[in-house]
Write a protein that binds this ligand. Sequence first.
Ligand SMILES: [Zn+2]
Length: 80
Amino acid sequence: MNARRIIAALFVDLGEGREIKKGDRAGQIRWDRLPRARYECLLCGTSEVPDGRGPGDIARFVASIRTDHACGPLTEQRAA
Ligand SMILES: [Zn+2]
């Protein structure tokens, strides 16, 4: 087993939503509580949040933040 250091934490709140079954908005989601996300880097001490508040913004953020986060110490570690 490899010893791994925890270098970052990604918090995701999936929110609460229900699919609308009937009417003009059928198939869309009605959100009672919107999804949220926050990324905290323990190496550089910063936290990042999505640019927008829509469910799509949150999903993109969660998918890409680990590679998008520009972190000095981590980059140096990778190069070593
Ligand atoms: Zn960082």
